[in-house]
Design a protein around this ligand. Structure first.
Ligand code: DAK
Length: 258
């Protein structure tokens, strides 16, 4: 792969989008490589947390590659859209927990790809925004939908209509990111969070993720029914028996993967 680096250690995969000269802008080649990378990761049993970041100190992802889009035909635009849709959905729904380590600009498609992750940790220098309306287009990698779900309709509309950029603290204040840390501590903070997640029942975490995601598209009554089914199912697992027995025996639990 030319534009994506995948490293795996201790059940954590780090995926680095690596086009620092273009501030890690997403072109078709990079999206294709990310798609292949996520397809591999979703099958890997030795990976339980995925951290997504950008190469260099300045940018996470500065959006879709404008130099590629400028002369694209409608058919090429559609092909890119379908590829991105598949890639972002794969990222959002993979069984592993995904953490975006936002190390600078997260604009347009960059803001959208971090919103497809489960959790966002931002470096103090991170900048978020949806500048598409200034380019005569609208967010096309899920921004109109995921931003409104994360920060509410009113704030999402303001950001999208004005193309304003917001810093990490403001992103934290409005609920776009989970945590803000000094830039030099970003990867450590993400790994620490990953380690905490790794110490929990992996099947339970994965099941919780899938129930939360599916529930976002349901009404409350059906979401709660789905939760009850999934909750009941966890009572068939080794982890449930071990977790509860360990609590009663006042020892730490030896959780496996089911
Ligand atoms: N695409 C291509 N190249 C980019 C880029 C981008 N998005 N962003 C930066 N670069 C390149 C710059 O052209 C420059 O290249 P050289 O001139 O050195 O060759 C290099 O990266 C460094 O950038 P700057 O010199 O501009 O650096 P500054 O520090 O001055 O400014 C900046 C940093 C991030 C504020 C600025 O670069 C900037 O405003 N970048 C553009 C941000 C942006 O508007 N992003 C695109 C949003 S639109 C679709 C679905 C979705 C989308 C598209 C299609 N379909 C459904 C088909 C999504 C669209 C978007 O993401």
């Amino acid at each position: 792969m030319n534009n994506v680096i995948l490293e795996v250690a201790e059940q954590i995969a780090t995926v680095t989008i690596n086009r620092p000269k273009s501030l890690n802008a997403l072109n078709t080649e990079t999206l294709t490589e990310l798609n292949a990378c996520f397809t591999e990761l979703e099958k890997r049993k030795d990976v339980r947390v995925v951290i997504l970041t950008g190469a260099g100190a300045k940018s996470f992802v500065a959006g879709a590659d404008i130099s590629e889009m400028v002369n694209a035909t409608p058919a090429e635009g559609r092909a890119m859209s379908l590829l991105a849709l598949e890639t972002f959905n794969k990222l959002e729904n993979m069984p592993q927990v995904t953490i975006a380590a936002v190390n600078g600009y997260a604009l347009g498609g960059g803001c959208e790809i971090c919103m497809s992750c489960d959790i966002r940790v931002a470096a103090e220098n991170a900048v978020f925004g949806q500048p598409e309306c200034g380019l005569g287009i609208i967010p096309g990698f899920g921004g109109t939908q995921r931003l409104a779900r994360l920060i509410g309709k009113g704030r999402a509309k303001e950001l999208i209509f004005t193309c304003d950029k917001i810093d990490a603290q403001e992103a934290y204040r409005v609920g776009l990111v989970n945590k803000v840390v000094p830039a030099e501590e970003l990867m450590d903070a993400c790994r620490k969070m990953a380690a905490k997640i790794l110490s929990k029942g992996s099947y339970a975490v994965s099941m919780a993720k899938s129930v939360i995601n599916a529930g976002m598209d349901m009404d409350l009554t059906n979401g709660l029914k789905m939760e009850a089914d999934a909750f009941g199912f966890t009572f068939s697992t080794h982890d449930k028996k071990e977790g509860m027995t360990a609590f009663l025996e006042k020892r730490s639990a030896d959780l496996t993967d089911f």
